[in-house]
Ligand binder design. Structure first.
Ligand code: ZN
Ligand code: ZN
Length: 559
């Protein structure tokens, strides 16, 4: 159902466009007095069975239809699941983009690559800033996360204060000393918060997420135990604090640091410029010079911790590294945890690295990674600090949001004020409270890097092609005589070989010929109708006899 009810005068409408029901493509819109602010515009990476799909975006239809009413796009932090869809959204919605200097730096760089940045306005905001943006005053509250300079947001709206947690954890020993501003969150709680929307990623996990600082300790020990090995560490290029810790450990051992992967190089450059990464230029060495050093004198930091096939690590695992061939002299550390859906690609990279003779260490065997998301203890703490009248779990798969909703009830939010929403749901907030207010389009929007935007249909065909293959059937009919001039020829691709294929071709061809002759006898001469006969006959037979549903491509030529 897709309806847009009337809105009360002082009502604030919250439209969830992505990220509620999946980890990725985070996007929501908040509307008051006819003006709209967008919070985040992220992408999601496809599952392995989404053949040929490179990205999944939110459906921006609702925003596109209201582009002239959008006053701003506010970014909570620089991760791709919050900023990666900007290049698509800003085709139609050209509102100024707000965020911390690093968040803006990452976003601007991606938009520059797409040659879109020139037409856009970027506005950097400092920690703790309170800005009038569209119909709201918005505060940017520092939070700790797996990228520096992340923010929670407090939106002062006509219907009360709305707090958006952003992606966060409560790390009391962050690498840059910039802690989550719990004092401000508590003060907001004292003033009264109408609605809290909170990060649900780790809502199933009890306890507290380990501090990022613990990873440095684990890395130091692993480095010390391997003084003569070349060490390659893969992590997210945006995880500047992880990179800082790897560099610190390498420095302590007098290792030169080699950066591999374009995004690693650009992000390190930007973070140094913003004074968020502290490292002497002399620490770095060019990858072309890697062979001038003993293995124990080198530490490589590279992209590809999610098994991305074109990344630096995947290339190393396949022996495609330009200046570096990994082998028995190398220890590879995957300082990461696979995002759901990436387990298979990560596993393959790990296998290939083992095959090369290298030692591989990942988060399953050592504490070489710490999550950037709050666990139950931290989520409870946030609920206790903010004490919201209403609560919506966001940023999670459905089960994560249900667990987060349960936590909110345990922490004292009334059960009828906890709203488990999904993509496309709309809530209306007034001084009286929250109510549901219809739905808007919010399906997956698929992007295929080679052909552009896609809807569901070709994806379904691709799945059938991949799982069941394709069967081509051709035949020729003489129109005047109604004779079957060219008897049916059957070719299959992608599901049978040898004997089976022969059998298939013979059986299908016989059945199709019989069906065609019968239709011709009945006076049928129309090519489209004869093609349908072939389709139906072959489809039924293959389904019954072989329990398969290949894509069948019949062509009957009538001359
Ligand atoms: Zn994030
Ligand atoms: Zn996120």
């Amino acid at each position: 159902m897709n309806c847009t009810p009337t809105v009360a005068n002082d009502a604030v409408r919250i439209v969830f466009l992505g990220g509620l029901g999946e980890i990725g493509r985070n996007c929501m819109a908040i509307e008051a007095n006819g003006r709209i602010v967008v919070i985040d515009a992220g992408l999601m990476f496809p599952e392995p069975n989404m053949y040929g799909i490179d990205l999944i975006l939110p459906d921006f239809t609702w925003l596109r239809e209201r582009a002239d009413r959008v006053d701003a796009i506010v970014l909570t932090h620089g991760h791709e699941d919050h900023t990666g869809a900007l290049r698509y959204l800003t085709r139609d919605v050209k509102a100024p983009i707000y965020g911390s200097p690093l968040t803006i730096g990452f976003a601007r760089h991606r938009l520059e690559e797409a040659k879109l940045a020139g037409k856009l306005t970027f506005i950097e905001v400092e920690d703790g800033a309170r800005r009038k943006i569209g119909p709201f005053e918005i505060e940017f509250i520092p939070v700790t996360h797996s990228v520096p300079s992340a923010h929670a947001l407090a939106l002062h709206t006509p219907a009360g204060v709305v707090v958006h947690s952003g992606d966060f954890k409560l790390d009391l020993t962050p690498i840059d000393g910039r802690r989550t501003d719990v004092a401000r969150l508590a003060a907001l709680g004292d003033e009264g918060v109408a609605l809290l929307m909170g990060d649900s990623t780790n809502a199933e996990e009890p306890g507290f997420t380990a501090s990022e600082a613990t990873v440095g300790g684990a890395l130091r020990r692993l480095f010390l135990e391997r003084p003569n090995k070349r060490i390659v560490v893969a992590c997210f290029a945006s995880h500047i604090h992880r990179v800082q810790q790897i560099i610190n450990v390498a420095n302590e051992q007098g290792r030169k640091v080699v950066l591999l992967g374009r995004s690693m190089e650009t992000n390190v450059k930007l973070a140094r410029k913003l004074n968020l990464l502290h490292v002497e230029t002399a620490t770095f060495e060019d990858s072309a010079n890697i062979d001038r050093y003993e293995p124990g004198q080198i530490c490589v930091i590279c992209t590809g911790s999610q098994g991305e096939p074109l990344s630096a690590l995947a290339k190393l695992s396949r022996g495609d590294g330009r200046f570096l061939a990994v082998g028995g002299q190398d220890t590879i550390i995957l300082s990461s945890h696979p995002i759901p859906g990436n387990e298979w690609s990560v596993g393959r990279v790990i296998d290939d690295l083992h095959r090369s003779g290298a030692e591989v260490i990942h988060s399953g065997v050592e504490q070489v990674h710490a999550s950037g998301h709050a666990r139950q203890g931290e989520l409870r703490t946030l609920l206790q600090l903010v004490r919201p009248r209403s609560f919506v779990p966001i940023h999670g798969e459905y089960r994560h949001m249900i667990h987060h909703a349960e936590l909110a009830v345990e922490m004292g939010v009334l059960e009828n004020r906890v709203w488990v929403c999904e993509d496309g749901d709309v809530l209306e907030l007034t001084e009286a409270g929250v109510r549901r207010a219809g739905t808007v389009p919010a399906g997956f929007h698929y992007i295929d890097g080679t052909t552009g935007d896609l809807d569901e249909a070709p994806l379904e065909d691709r799945r059938m092609l991949a799982e069941h293959g394709v069967v081509l059937i051709t035949a020729g009919v003489d129109k005047a005589s109604g004779r079957l001039e060219e008897r049916a020829r059957v070719t299959a691709r992608g599901w049978f070989e040898g004997e089976h294929e022969e059998q298939l071709m013979t059986v299908v061809a016989e059945a199709v010929n019989a069906a065609l002759l019968e239709a011709l006898d009945g006076g049928e001469r129309d090519a489209a109708n004869l093609t349908k006969v072939v389709q139906r006959t072959a489809g039924r037979l293959i389904g019954q006899k072989f329990r398969r549903q290949p894509v069948i491509m019949p062509a009957v030529v009538v001359l």
